[in-house]
Design a binder for this molecule. Structure first.
Ligand SMILES: C[S@@+](CC[C@H](N)C(=O)[O-])C[C@H]1O[C@@H](n2cnc3c(N)ncnc32)[C@H](O)[C@@H]1O
Length: 510
């Protein structure tokens, strides 16, 4: 071991477990010591030992934590890592999903959690662009997150050296990359634009959330990430990833991470010999037909209906409610409401708790009861919006958000919520209109500035993007660092400031 006393290394290992989930048992303290010595220089500390003292006695920013993380984590990755998995994804998983969605909304949502320098999400983007000839007509979301800022910057640039292509067919390299002249290869912009990169600490940040679009995924890849985590953090992350999936959606980890105990909320299914963790739901939930999976089934049992429209998972509260509420009771609504039900406030609290626990059908039941008692309860409609959005029922989410807006027209948050649903539906113009409405009502509504900035940035309007981001940063400056922002589902002022700075930086570098 080096110069740092073991007592200090032990304290540091507890700290990195809590803040990043990373597991550094005594056998790995040597690596921990090397990492803190390297990080010390970047964090303006004299040496590793004083850096530990500083970390433990102050409140480092997320960016400083990310610097430390970049020395503690392994970013090793390459295109089409694990060919067998990509074969199973192509045929039958994605091909079946695409076939189903072709007549059911033409959308796909995939998340690469712990994406490092981007080779994994870009491999998915390449695969999808090979598989979907009319891809411009589809709403494809590929979210890629990591907490290592340097890796994300490399990912956004999309330029790679030969080592990233160690398992790639030459045809793919030829079709999707351009030589840069210095022996490296740049991914073509059409495919680069398919992936959204975002900074997210899987252990500390909140998800699923409409704000960072970490909701309602068909597939989440979280490969070669969980194996570095302490047990408790791994459990927390897996639980949140479970909530971020649609019913029937798939979580993919690497073969060495497939501990069945950790994934007990999922059912285990196998395709072409690969293990996938499937979020269980009502029979027929999800858009992956059951016949895809190699789990043994009784021979004569009829296959569950794979079409959720034919076997609805959730009742629609909109269909339940009468068109309008009578002024003085006596409406159908009050007749069906049970007098033994808790009052609206209690129902709202119960529904929120169920929503946070990911128990969506039960949460819907509670909100339905609440809305039967009080059909213009804007907060109830907003909660229902979020629940449906997390279940991937975007049309219903949109209807509910419209009800929230019409129940409380002067609430900027509800216009913003409606905008997030429009964005998920790829209705960017409508989203921009709702965001402008939110800012008209409350010009200091930070999340709306950020979202409008993102819309401008994506459309290539860098000038207005910069203006919105500057407005957001200016407003954030007067918020306490730990202030959780309205409608942000848990993001605090300091974290959002850091995310915006990172985005500004990658704008400059692009
Ligand atoms: C070995 S790479 C995996 C890359 C890719 N998924 C693959 O399998 O090729 C692990 C990545 O997980 C990221 N990571 C580790 N802990 C994390 C955390 N708490 N939050 C977000 N990312 C994390 C690291 O920064 C690193 O980029």
């Amino acid at each position: 071991m080096g110069n740092i006393p073991e007592r200090q290394l032990s304290r540091l290992s507890t700290y990195v477990a809590a803040r990043m989930g990373l597991h550094f048992p005594e056998e790995r303290w040597q690596n921990l010591e090397q990492a803190i010595n390297l990080a010390a220089g970047e964090l303006d500390c004299d040496d590793g030992e004083s850096c530990i003292e500083w970390l433990l006695s102050s409140s480092p920013t997320s960016h400083q934590i990310e610097i430390l993380a970049s020395h503690l984590t392994v970013g090793e990755t390459y295109f089409f890592r694990d060919k067998g998995l990509f074969k199973a994804l192509e045929q039958p998983i994605l091909s079946e999903l695409i076939r189903h969605r072709r007549s059911n909304g033409k959308f796909l949502r995939i998340w690469s959690a712990g994406c490092s320098s981007g080779e994994e999400p870009y491999s998915i983007a390449i695969l999808l662009s090979q598989m979907i000839p009319d891809i411009e007509d589809w709403n494809i979301s590929i979210l890629a997150t990591d907490f290592n800022a340097r890796s994300l910057q490399k990912a956004v640039r999309g330029v790679y050296g030969p080592w990233s292509f160690r398992d790639v067919k030459p045809e793919i390299k030829k079709e999707f990359f351009k030589q840069t002249g210095d022996g490296r290869f740049e991914l073509i912009s059409r495919v680069r634009k398919m992936v959204d990169f975002c900074s997210l600490n899987l252990v500390e940040d909140s998800y699923p959330s409409l704000v960072n679009k970490t909701n309602a995924f068909d597939i989440i890849l979280c490969r070669n990430v969980l194996m570095y985590f302490v047990g408790e953090s791994a459990q927390k992350v897996v639980k949140n990833l479970h909530r971020s999936l649609l019913e029937g959606g798939l979580l993919i980890v690497s073969p060495i991470e497939s501990s069945v105990r950790l994934f007990s909320q999922f059912s285990t299914v196998s395709v072409r010999g690969r293990i996938f963790f499937k979020k269980q739901g009502a029979v027929g939930a999800g858009d992956f037909p059951a016949r895809l999976f190699e789990t043994p089934k009784p021979a004569l049992e009829p296959a569950p209906n794979p079409d959720p429209a034919a076997a609805p998972v959730f009742k629609s509260v909109i269909e339940l409610l009468p068109p309008r509420q009578e002024e003085h009771g006596g409406s159908a609504m009050f007749e069906v409401s049970n007098t033994d039900d808790p009052n609206p406030k209690e129902l709202y609290e119960q529904a929120s708790a169920l929503y946070l626990a990911g128990s969506y059908p039960e949460a819907i039941e509670k909100v339905e009861k609440l809305l039967l008692q009080s059909s213009s309860d804007a907060a109830g409609w907003a909660l229902l919006t979020r629940i449906y959005a997390n279940c991937g029922k975007l049309d219903k989410a949109l209807e509910c958000s419209a009800k929230a807006v019409s129940s409380d027209k002067l609430n900027a948050g509800y216009h913003y919520l409606m905008a997030t649903i429009f964005q998920e539906l790829d209705r960017t113009e409508d989203a921009a209109v709702s965001l402008r409405r939110a800012l008209y009502i409350d010009s200091k509504f930070i999340p709306a500035h950020v979202a409008l900035g993102n819309i401008c940035r994506k459309s290539g309007d860098h000038k207005n993007a910069a203006r919105h981001f500057e407005n957001a940063l200016f407003l954030l400056n007067s918020e306490p660092a730990d202030q959780v922002l309205a409608e942000s589902e848990g993001i605090n002022a300091q974290r959002l400031t850091e995310i915006l700075r990172l985005m500004q930086q990658s704008e400059i570098e692009e």
